[in-house]
Write a protein that binds this ligand. Structure first.
Ligand code: BG6
Length: 488
């Protein structure tokens, strides 16, 4: 297969931090078709040679295992090119058309790694040049808009030029191997399905914690905040994968139809429930990994009076027969104690305890990162079975866990999220991309929260960097008689 892959925003942060390093890994693993051209497009005054040099310097900043050797880079770079473009100028698209027309690639992927306000104009210009024929796909990076209206506007502009099958909306969490495993766990095994419902599950907790601050992205982040940056997309996508019904097949639309049903079943918020069930916070200076770090308001490019949230915890419910009454808690934050993403399924206690001592209910922990694995927490008889059975002794049972480490189980088959998504985009595999109706429904659901916060700055709670967020987040869960996993 031959391909042309065009990165709009070719010198931007995302391109050098994620896209190019992932492409290089795909190349190194022999998965990137050699008959392909990678074209960086930006306003910078560069040519192929200078762009390659710039790229080489950036790739040297990667972890040593991921850095290309000079010889590897030389070979990879033969596929890399550069075109200077002003994205609002029609003549520049004509030059792009000419460049692409030097040969007929089997697939052309336009990757829009620019600010989303440019998506409509880029799509329109591509359409005007005929660069929307059926061999072309367009990849749209998040954030897709900043609310429902802006997301709909972008989607309308994209749909005017590309079909839904051609428009791939990225949520890179869906490409993580651990998230792929979630589908396998639920729909490749019979074990959990009978338990995967309100009768057996007490609550589900989804935590996406980062120890990093906002780094150099202060201006972007301050316009965005944790709700838009992580909850509207990554956390809700994980929730849909946990709560969805088994799809009729692994076909992209069969899966996306089921995810959409979950989003539509989420209990809507109103001003009262936002105050009660959503906690937002902003980090203050503190210690992270033994180092003192500045508070959010001291970060570069962040206004000193900002009310942007860097932490959100919320309680929500999926209103259908399977999940009625089961709380789903979602939580995300910057500058938390450590980088840690996991989903915890807390099962109900046994209906009639016959052993003395504490009866910690079963728990399934789906570890997403940094480790990628599963832990099943069970109770087992401590000491002799007979003393446990007779109920003698104060703590007859002890918690034990079954641990599965996917990095060890499949040491050579792990593919990074962006690497997988890029290869899927080139191959036209749509399963891991978000459909416009899913994405708009997710915006519809978070809108009342955004609306309530617009009028209320009081509810923003400070938390110390290096902790698990404001105490109100613990109170949110404690109110239902539960704890966050790290507090149990
Ligand atoms: C991005 C957010 O979508 O996800 C960032 O914009 C966040 O703010 C990042 O840091 C987290 O991704 P990962 O893969 O490092 O967990």
């Amino acid at each position: 297969m031959s391909f042309d892959l065009v990165f709009f925003g070719g010198t931007g942060d995302l391109t050098w931090r994620k896209l190019m390093p992932s492409l290089f890994q795909a190349w190194r693993h022999g998965k990137l078709p050699r008959d392909g051209r990678i074209l960086g497009v930006a306003r910078d005054d560069l040519d192929d040679a200078r762009y390659r040099q710039w790229l080489q310097d950036r790739l040297q900043e990667a972890d040593s295992a991921k850095r290309p050797t000079p010889d590897e880079f030389r070979q990879f770079a033969e596929q890399v090119h550069y075109l200077r473009m002003d994205l609002s100028v029609a003549a520049d698209y004509a030059r792009l058309t000419q460049w692409l027309g030097q040969r007929q690639a089997d697939t052309t992927v336009m990757y829009l790694a620019t600010s989303p306000h440019l998506f409509p104009v880029i799509c329109q210009q591509l359409g005007d040049c005929g660069l929307n024929h059926d061999k072309v796909r367009v990849v749209l990076e998040k954030p897709l808009g900043h609310d429902l209206a802006s997301a709909q506007e972008i989607n309308r502009a994209v749909r005017a030029v590309f079909s839904e099958q051609q428009a791939l909306r990225i949520d890179h969490y869906l490409g993580k191997p651990s998230v792929q495993n979630l589908m396998a766990l639920r729909f490749g095994n019979v074990l959990f399905e009978p338990l995967w419902r309100r009768e057996s599950i007490a609550n589900i907790q989804i935590t996406l914690a980062e120890s990093m601050g906002v780094g150099t992205r202060g201006d972007f982040y301050d316009r965005t905040g944790a709700l838009r940056d992580m909850i509207q997309n990554h956390a809700l996508q994980l929730l849909t994968m946990m709560a969805m019904e088994p799809p009729s097949s692994a076909d992209a639309d069969a899966i996306r139809d089921e995810k959409l049903k979950v989003l539509r079943s989420l209990k809507p918020f109103d001003a009262h429930t936002v105050t009660r069930d959503v906690v937002r916070g902003q980090y203050r200076s503190g210690m992270v990994h033994g180092q003192t770090v500045p508070g959010y308001l001291e970060e570069a490019k962040v206004p000193a009076d900002s009310h942007t949230e860097t932490f959100v915890a919320l309680r929500c419910e999926v209103q259908n027969w399977r999940w009625a009454g089961v709380p789903f808690y979602l939580r995300t934050g910057k500058r938390m104690a450590h980088r840690h993403a996991e989903i915890v399924v807390n099962f109900r206690a046994t209906p009639h305890p016959i052993f003395p001592g504490s009866q910690a209910p079963n728990k399934l922990v789906i570890k997403l990162q940094p480790e990628d694995g599963l832990e099943l927490h069970l109770l087992a008889a401590k000491g002799t079975v007979s003393s446990a059975l007779s109920g003698s002794g104060t703590e007859a049972l002890s918690p034990v866990s079954l641990d599965l480490d996917f990095d060890k189980a499949f040491p050579t088959d792990r593919v990074g999220a962006y690497e997988r998504m890029l290869l899927d985009a080139l191959a036209g595999r749509l399963n891991l991309f978000v459909r416009s109706d899913e994405q708009e429904q997710a915006w519809r659901w978070v809108e009342p929260i955004l609306e309530a916060w617009r009028h209320d700055h009081q509810s923003l709670r400070p938390y110390t960097a290096g902790t698990w967020g404001p105490p109100a987040a613990s109170a949110l869960v404690a109110r239902d008689g539960f704890n966050w996993a790290e507090e149990s």
